[in-house]
Design a protein around this ligand. Structure first.
Ligand code: FAD
Length: 302
């Protein structure tokens, strides 16, 4: 019986594994190795790691974990989690492992769907991004496009005005703004294009121009887009883990979900950044140690 299985090897999962392993728990971290930021070249705004390549960030994290004899890593996908008697769990992986664990940390992040624009994946992570806090500095003062198919756009464009005064918003053929919102864009000197995008053009991931259905072409040297985030883990519903209205797992500050022995950290609990996910992972690892210490004390008193 393993003390802790951490599912997901991003900053949340690695951080949870590190803290639980340093707390003398036997930890297995299982990672499918498809982190959300794999498309980008640099990670930003993580103190001491600003500008680091995502794969280097991960490699350094894994090296930290493997210093501890209590922690091991398996590169595989978790296919199922089954609740067994006495609050334990059976975890099955794609590579055929069946692992029994007392505690699980769900740190599987999210999958994201980009706007329905042909070829956008050629630019996403290079010159089109989703988070101004992560990549706003690199795109500052440029002529930018915001491609937004949902009203979430309003929040992002208000933020983006902090980094550039030269912003155009397109809804890619969707009608998402009401009259008052359109007026607000006009007052703030933000052009709105409600036409459908036909094509993005650029070189080596660097956006140069956008072609619209009307035949209009505009030149932009980068941009941002809204994305739809989803945690498509069948076992969340199967295990009866509570999620919020947006579909993210509900966890308290120590990572507890509503199921005893199942903790959650990182973007599975809501959109965030690397350092925030790492901090949530740390708290989930600490939560597991604190809970097991409490249980040990209680059992002696009995
Ligand atoms: C283009 C882009 C640029 C970004 N830039 C920055 C930035 O500069 N700074 C910043 O702070 N944030 C940035 N982010 C956000 C950042 O990537 C996330 O906040 C962070 O990765 C979330 O960490 P996490 O550990 O929750 O999830 P992830 O890092 O996504 O890790 C989840 C891991 O779980 C694995 N997994 C999923 N399901 C399973 C399964 N069933 N079995 C086994 N493993 C599984 C995945 O393969 C993945 O390796 C960026 C995001 C994008 C898309």
């Amino acid at each position: 019986m393993i003390d802790v299985v951490v599912i997901g090897g991003g900053p949340a999962g690695m951080s949870a594994a590190l803290v639980a392993g340093r707390g003398k728990k036997q930890v297995i971290l299982i990672d499918e190795e498809k982190p959300r930021n794999a498309v980008t070249h640099e990670t930003h705004a993580f103190l001491t790691r600003d500008g680091t390549k995502p794969e280097v960030f991960r490699e350094k994290g894994r090296r930290d974990l493997l210093k501890y004899p209590t922690i091991s890593i398996k590169n595989s996908k978790v296919l199922s989690i089954e609740k067994k008697a006495e609050d334990t769990f059976e975890i099955t992986t794609e590579s055929g492992d069946i692992i029994n664990a007392k505690n699980i940390v769900l740190a599987t992040g999210v999958t994201e769907t980009l706007p329905n624009v042909k070829g956008i994946e050629n630019y996403y992570g290079s010159s089109i991004f989703s988070c101004p806090f992560c990549d706003g500095w690199e795109m500052k003062d440029r002529p930018l496009i915001l491609i937004a198919e949902s009203v979430q756009a309003l929040h992002v464009l208000k933020l983006l005005k902090n980094w550039t005064d030269n912003l155009i918003v397109t809804t890619n053929g969707n009608k998402i703004f009401d009259t008052d919102q359109k007026k607000m864009l006009e007052i703030n000197n933000i052009r709105l294009i409600e036409e459908r995008i036909i094509e993005l053009k650029g070189i080596d991931g660097e956006l140069q121009s956008i072609f619209f259905e009307s035949g209009e072409k505009i030149n932009r040297s980068g941009g941002f887009c809204t994305t739809v985030l989803d945690n498509r883990l069948p076992f969340i519903a199967q295990l009866g883990i509570k999620v919020n209205e947006a579909g993210f797992v509900i966890a308290d500050v120590m990572g507890h979900t509503n199921i005893k022995g199942i903790y959650a950290a990182g973007e599975i609990t809501g959109p965030s950044q690397l350092i925030v996910s790492a901090s949530q992972g740390h708290m989930a690892g600490a939560g597991i140690i604190a809970d097991s210490c409490e249980e040990a004390f209680q059992s002696i008193q009995k």
